[in-house]
Design a protein around this ligand. Structure first.
Ligand code: SAH
Length: 263
């Protein structure tokens, strides 16, 4: 029998890696809220730890965006040092382009003591699911997710995955679509979609989903421009079945992908 033992007893310190959801505090899982309320230390990227209310017996370790592995190592060292409840926070879900993998990468390459820490990952509502729900059921059938940042993987891989996702007729959620340091990737993405012959499909831009500043827009891919996306936007690209439904005289509309396929 293969033993899977993340929760075994007799481990040193506890490390939680949790998701804070897309931004609305009411979208944080009760279990995550409970772990945060008994945390001794919070570790995370500045804007995410800013969502945690300071209190007297809580130490907040805020860091820069690009230092994920250092941040993971700091959290593991705090847990080894005997800090009781060290909590690493990510936005959305901690496994989706976020801190959970960084923690395991540091454990894999670190000292044996890191295996003696009790690590628990708690999920959160990831941006694409909050965005899909905000417009209706955009991701209602088979879909895939691509991170457009080429900081950690070559652009060739991104382009290949985009083309294959379109050829597989998936709906696609695009994370990290466009930043100041990477202004061209999303422009190239739109050209690839048009080159694959799907310019008449729906695309939706969901910015600041679940926050008071939330902004949702949708159009045909051919009518989209690169400036519609930034780092606070998740972009949803429809499959051939994704549709917008509305009624004459009613402003409201929904976008959904039906669950059936073919006849
Ligand atoms: N772990 C996060 C993703 C981190 S990558 C999650 O599961 O959601 C950061 C990217 O997530 C952003 O560039 C953006 O594409 C997306 N994102 C995160 N929160 C968002 C929000 N509230 N609204 C729109 N996009 C969001």
């Amino acid at each position: 029998m293969i033993e899977v033992s993340p929760y075994s007893e007799n481990k040193k310190g506890s490390l939680f890696v949790v998701g804070l959801g897309p931004g609305d505090a009411d979208m944080i899982l009760p279990k995550v809220a409970k772990v945060i309320s008994s945390a001794t230390d919070i570790v995370g990227y500045g804007p995410y730890v800013d969502r945690i209310k300071p209190r007297s017996n809580l130490t907040i370790h805020s860091s820069d965006n690009r230092v994920e592995l250092e941040r993971a190592r700091l959290a593991l060292e705090l847990a080894l040092d005997g800090k009781k409840n060290v909590v690493v926070v990510s936005s959305g879900d901690p496994s989706v382009f976020a801190m959970a993998s960084a923690v395991f990468e540091v454990i894999e390459n670190g000292p044996t003591e890191f295996f003696e820490i009790n690590v628990t990952v708690l999920p959160g509502v990831t941006a694409m699911l909050a965005a899909s729900a905000a417009v209706g059921a955009f991701l209602g059938h088979d879909f895939c997710t691509i991170n457009l940042s080429d900081n950690l993987k070559p652009w060739d891989v991104i382009e290949k995955r985009l083309r294959l996702a379109i050829q597989g007729d998936f709906a696609i959620a695009l994370y990290n679509p466009r930043s100041k340091a990477r202004p061209d990737g999303f422009k190239k993405t739109l050209s690839i979609l048009i080159d694959e012959g799907v310019g008449d499909r729906l695309i939706a831009f969901a910015r600041d989903v679940s926050l008071p500043t939330q902004n949702l827009s949708s159009m045909k891919i051919v009518d989209a421009t690169p400036e519609m996306a930034d780092m606070r936007t998740v972009v949803l690209v429809g499959s051939s079945y994704t549709r917008k439904i509305k009624r004459d005289g009613v402003e409201n509309f929904y976008i959904y992908t039906p669950r059936y396929y073919g006849e």
